[in-house]
Ligand binder design. Structure first.
Ligand code: SF4
Length: 375
């Protein structure tokens, strides 16, 4: 009876993303951590805050430990992950792998962390290591091999190994020759995303992978062919220059982002750990961005913040009203993969569905013209 009542009063969120660390030990050319360097607030979320986040969540909520920093810098990473796992949630994290060693990998497998994603950029060691300074693609390869050995020895299917690859326009040429890398390391899934936040004018030039509709069609067709060359499922999350949907693909009706200072935001972009306003560049215009916060997890449980009037209003109307949201690149994600090749990945399902639905409505090209006409 108690359990049934608890289920009714719990909040219905599909994914909570928790930035346990806004400190980072890498220096990636496209990242706000690097571009806004002096304007970043650096914090570790205290482990005590986790209870206030998870206590009213349904156990089918996916909890991803990642934000704008490196999660493994957090001194209590494993305590936090253990608390979340022991409370019955599915969880994962994304890492640059710099700190990972044998001891970490053993613990990750022992705790049965569900997903471990490795961030990469570009397609060659040179492209990755140059763009993501202080990281090493070769180190990631070695870590993945070790992790696979440990999983085998411990007879564990967890964690699933993901690669989260950022594809800049200047790296596109080499991308189509990178199947050897994925076929070598054989991760469980690869997600290739174009950049969707430009913190400098230079970075804006890296977002659109093609300039004309014709060449964009050819590029997406090549993505489909490339997928067939790989033994690993590859998903694409590519910004299209040619349409703007009404709904962003961050699924903000069912997702929340909690920053390392405890502030609760609708998404990672509106949760940048900024000391003061910063400039971003969207579709050729300069816009100011500052964090949009609906409460702090140190003072209130997530349920109270989630159900507050302002947060509810934002979920309903914010994407139409907020000046950043109106033209955000997350409203222009092209669905590249053919249906029959898709695989079911729990924490991405809702997002792929939104992308699929949005792509059916190519009348959204008219919305793009309308919005750009108003800038
Ligand atoms: S549209 Fe708004 S809520 Fe959605 S990702 Fe962009 S900034 Fe975030």
């Amino acid at each position: 009876m108690f359990n049934i009542l608890k289920k009714i009063t719990n909040i219905n969120i599909e994914t909570v993303q928790i930035e346990i660390s806004s400190h980072c030990n890498a220096s990636c050319s496209y990242c706000p951590q690097h571009i806004y360097k002096k304007n970043i607030k650096r914090n570790f979320l205290k482990k005590e805050a986790i209870e206030n986040i998870i206590k009213d969540l349904n156990r089918n909520t996916y909890i991803h430990l990642q934000g704008w920093g490196e999660p493994f810098l957090h001194p209590d990473f494993f305590e936090i992950a253990e608390k979340i796992k022991k409370s019955g949630f599915t969880t994962g994290t994304t890492t640059n792998a710099i700190l990972l060693d044998d001891e970490h990998l053993e613990k990750i497998v022992d705790l049965k962390i569900d997903y471990l994603a490795f961030s990469t950029a570009g397609s060659t060691i040179h492209e990755n290591d140059f763009t993501r300074q202080k990281t090493s693609l070769d180190h990631i390869r070695k870590i993945i091999f070790k992790l696979k050995d440990i999983k085998k020895r411990k007879n564990s299917s967890k964690p699933k190994i993901h690669i989260a690859n950022i594809l800049l326009k200047s790296h596109l040429k080499n991308f189509f020759n990178s199947d050897f890398f994925y076929n070598l390391i054989k991760p469980d899934q690869v997600v290739v995303s174009s950049l969707s936040l430009a913190c400098s004018e230079n970075m804006e030039e890296e977002i659109f992978l093609s300039d004309s509709e014709n060449s964009f069609e050819i590029t997406t067709a090549r993505f489909t062919c490339f997928r067939k060359k790989n033994e690993t499922p590859i998903h694409y999350h590519i910004v299209s220059p040619f349409f703007l949907t009404e709904q962003c693909t961050e699924n903000i009706e069912k997702t929340s982002f909690i920053g390392a200072d405890g502030n609760v935001h609708p998404c990672v972009f509106l949760g940048l750990p900024l000391k003061e306003k910063a400039e971003i560049f969207i579709r050729g215009v300069k816009r100011e961005i500052s964090p949009l916060c609906f409460g702090n997890i140190y003072n209130q449980p997530l349920k109270k913040i989630w159900e507050s009037k302002d947060y509810r209003r934002f979920r309903k109307k914010g994407q139409k009203e907020n000046p950043v949201c109106r033209i955000c690149y997350k409203k222009s994600i092209e669905y590249v993969i053919e249906e029959e090749n898709s695989i079911k990945i729990d924490n991405y399902d809702a997002r792929w569905q939104i992308i699929r639905d949005a792509n059916k409505a190519k009348k959204d090209k008219e919305r793009l013209k309308h919005e750009l006409g108003q800038l």
